[in-house]
Each structure stands twice: as C-alpha cells, then as structure tokens.
Design a protein around this ligand. Structure first.
Ligand code: ARG
Length: 491
C-alpha cells in the first residue's frame, strides 16, 4: 500500500466526506475574509505552541526549526500582500497551517499536535484583543491630556451649568471638561481590568477535553506574556470553559460601549454648544461639512456620527450577549460570529478616540511649537447665557442664609426677586440696592460680590467644586495620575 494515498486528500476535510460543499455554503461557513486580520496572533500562538512541543520532546528540534522558518516566510508573504487567502481553507488558522505544510512539509503537519482550532481561535482572539486594548489605553490617555490642556486654559471661563437643560448655576468651562476626564479615566481603568481577565491561556484545552500529550501549558502562557502582575502564568483551568468562554469579548464590548456613551454625551454637548442658539464653541472646519442646498451651514458631522456610531457599538454588545445566551458547552460554530462585532467595535472606538483627541486638543504644529486647530471658546456668549438664566439665584439665597434667614425662606424670597427681575428684563446683579432691599432689608451692598458670576464660581471652593483653584488642583492631580507631572513639580 502506498502510504501517500492518505496524504492525497480529495476532500478538504477528510476521506469521511462524500460530497463537496456548494459555493454558497462555503461562503456562508468561511471566516477567512474577516478573520485573516488575526494572522499575527495566530502565528505568535503557533510558535509558542511549537516551542513547547519541542521542549517537551513531542516534536523534534528540526521540526521546530522548520516551523519557525516557514512562519518567517509566511509572515513576509502576508506583509507584502503575496499570501493567497483561500476560501476553501475556511479560516485564518487552516490557511496558515496549509501554507506552512506546503513550505516545510511534515513539520507543518506536526504543528497541530495536541491542539485544536477551538483552543487556537480562543487564544488568538485573546492575544489580538489584548494588543488592541493596550492601544486603546494609549488613545484614552491622549484624549484625557487633550481635555486637560483645554481645561487648563479655561479654568476661569464661566458658562451656565445646566440641570434639565435649564440654566442652573455658573460653572467653570474647565470644570465641565474635567467631568469627561473622570469618565475617560474610568474607561481606561475598566479596559485594564478587562485586559487582565482576557490575558489567560486557552491553548492546551484542545477540542474540549484537554489532550493526552504531556503539554507544558504554563510555558506557553509565559512565552505569550499571559502572566499576572507577579509574572505567574495565567492558564484557563477548565478545558470546556477555555474553548467556549467569550466573557472577555463581552466585557470588552461593554467597556467599549460605555466609553462610546461618554463620547456620545460629549458629542451631544458639542452639537448644542456650536449651534447658533448657544454659540459657546467653535470646532475646526475639518470636522464639519457644508450643506448642498443651504450655503450658510456648517454641520457638526463628526460629533453627530460619533453619537450615531455609539448605537452601533452598543448593538455589537447586544449581539455578543445574544450570541452566547443559548450555547451549550463547549465550542459551537456560533462563536465564529464573535469576530465581526468585535473587530468593528475596536475599529470604531479607536477611530473615534483619535478624532476626538484631535478635535478637542488640535494638532501640534512644529513650525509654531503650538497645538492648533482644537476647540475654541466664546467666553462672552457663555457668560451672557449664564446671566440670562439667573445662574446666581442660589448665591443670593445663600447670602440671605448667612444673614440669618432659614434656607427655605431665603429660597422663596429669591424666587420673588427673580420674578420681578424677569419682568424688568434685568439680571439680579442689575437690580439696584434699594430694589433688592425691597425683598429683604438685611441685604447690603456686598450682595453684588455674590451676584457676580465670578463670585458665585469662587464661592464653590470645596473639593470637587467649580472654583478655579479647585479646578486647577484637579488638573494637577490628573496630570500626576497620567504620569505627565512628576510628584515634586506639583503640590
Ligand atoms: N473559524 C473558527 C472560529 O472562528 C475556528 C474554530 C473552528 N472550530 C471548529 N470546530 N469548527 O470559531
């Protein structure tokens, strides 16, 4: 018998299959058109696996050397665009393995010893996502720095703080921006927590039950950097869970969704602020578009799209949750559907973070040594809007409390004052002392300090408050946290 007859497979899978797949089914079941972007992770994981097989004496040194050499050639082919991805070979894993075997012969066929595509794909996705999350951590860092720079230039620019979209109390524009820095810092924290749970090794689980080869899973984990803070290997401890768990993908999609929700809230504000009715800010023309019919228009397309893309990312989270909800253990082909939502979530979030960093902070111009083209502010319009809305009414009530009135009475007194001022179309600070004393005789001329926007702002000198000094202190805290200021440079 010619032993080669088993090598000459007439069917892509094995001799067991008696009829070929139709083209439609091939297209339906294949993932290579999208999962080829996992190639680098696939190769890294394969090399770590091969190194371990060799170290354990499961394959020979020569096999490992051949595999390494073959992978080098494949990498060059992929990078130069010469690699031929074949739909017949279904996915990234089979494509690379088949090419390896073509290039190096039997050593290529030995690579799959003690593993399955089930633990292979789970490992690849984790490795790929880990790298992407590291990138996103950097992008969130940059966005926070951009916000801090703009905040620092505007610690004492006053805008109306809103509740119910109604003018409430004056706040510093810098303070307002720092609210988003808080959100993005939590997003970064969340990503790093997801990263640590993603960074566990499924390889060695094989198809679902583990394998009879004497694998050293810890060695593979260490090679792949799947270790905890103390450098101890993090290995999935149950083979069924290892191949079927996609919690890390869902957790990531959830963290990404929340980050997009923050971006979306900011987008909504940017859109409002740049509308003619607010006129608070200006964003650079490169983030806006005109209208094909209305020549006067400049539309905030970028923030609008970011708000819209938030729906898409949240949709991916729902898709992944739904993908998992009915699956029995262990691996099911359903899981191939985790990739496109995951890829699109990563792409959308990365692009969005980059664009927002540029839109808020501007771009560095080496000629001037300055950042240019970021968000600009119309402080006059902001202050006017704060005045129009009686933003310092609470300050007048607080003033009366200091004069001995119970707060509830002070609240009522000021309501009368606002009603009268509204009828006169005046701000509280524009009422004469005699007029003000008409509401309460205890009012003296020092009342005007507290009726000014600045006085109101400065009065909120409490930790986390909007007084410019507090805002500056927060900026410094954030800078220290982000590693931009050394501890001794700052208080
Ligand atoms: N392309 C597959 C995926 O993305 C790889 C795993 C296939 N495993 C299997 N037993 N068919 O999930």
């Amino acid at each position: 018998m010619n032993h080669n007859q088993f090598d000459q497979k007439s069917h892509a899978w094995s001799a067991l299959f008696s009829e070929p797949m139709s083209d439609l089914v091939k297209r339906y079941t294949a993932s290579v058109l999208f999962d080829q972007r996992l190639w680098q992770a696939d190769m890294t994981a394969s090399l770590a696996h091969a190194d371990m097989l060799c170290h354990q004496g499961i394959i020979k040194e020569q096999d490992y050397a051949d595999i390494e050499r073959g992978m080098g050639l494949i990498q060059a082919e992929i990078k130069s665009g010469q690699f031929e991805w074949k739909l017949d070979l279904e996915d990234v894993h089979l494509n690379i393995e088949a090419r390896l075997t073509q290039l190096v012969g039997d050593a290529g066929k030995r690579l799959h010893t003690g593993r399955s595509r089930n633990d292979q794909v789970a490992t690849d996705v984790r490795l790929w996502l880990r790298a992407e999350m590291d990138l996103m951590g950097g992008l969130l860092h940059d966005l926070q720095l951009a916000l801090l720079e703009v905040a620092e230039r505007h610690t004492d620019v006053i805008m109306p703080g809103l509740t119910h979209l109604q003018v409430a109390q004056p706040v510093s524009f810098g303070h307002h921006l720092l609210a988003y820095v808080e959100m993005f810092s939590r997003d970064a924290q969340r990503l790093s927590e997801v990263r640590s749970r993603t960074n566990h090794l499924p390889l060695g689980a094989a198809a679902l039950a583990g394998t009879s080869y004497p694998l050293d899973r810890a060695r593979v984990a260490i090679t792949l950097g799947m270790v905890d803070e103390q450098g101890r290997p993090q290995v999935c401890q149950n083979s069924l869970d290892a191949v079927s768990d996609r919690d890390f993908a869902i957790e990531f999609a959830s963290a990404a969704s929340l980050c997009m929700v923050h971006i979306s809230r900011m987008s909504e504000e940017l859109i409002l602020w740049m509308s003619q009715n607010f006129g608070f800010i200006h964003i650079a023309d490169r983030f806006t578009t005109g209208s094909s019919i209305m020549p006067q228009k400049k539309n905030p397309d970028v923030p609008e799209l970011a708000r819209g893309k938030t729906g898409r990312v949240v949709g991916h989270l729902m898709g992944l949750l739904t993908l998992m909800k009915g699956q029995p253990l262990a691996y099911n082909k359903d899981n191939q559907e985790d990739k496109e939502p995951l890829f699109d979530t990563v792409d959308t979030l990365k692009d969005t973070l980059r664009i927002f960093t540029d839109m808020i902070g501007g771009q560095f111009n080496p000629a001037t040594g300055q950042k240019e083209g970021g968000l600009t502010v119309n402080a006059i319009n902001m202050a006017q809007a704060a005045r129009r809305g009686y933003a310092t009414a609470t300050d007048l009530a607080d003033y009366l409390v200091k004069k001995g009135l119970p707060f509830r009475d002070a609240h009522e007194t000021v309501a009368h004052a606002v009603k009268a001022a509204t009828a006169l179309q005046l701000d509280l600070s524009e009422l004469s002392l005699a007029q003000l004393q008409g509401f309460n005789a205890a009012i003296e001329s020092d009342v005007y300090d507290c009726l000014s926007l600045r006085g109101s702002l400065e009065a909120r000198h409490v930790l986390g408050g909007t007084a410019p000094q507090q805002v500056q202190a927060q900026i410094e805290r954030h800078r220290r946290r982000l590693g931009v200021l050394s501890g001794c440079d700052s208080k």
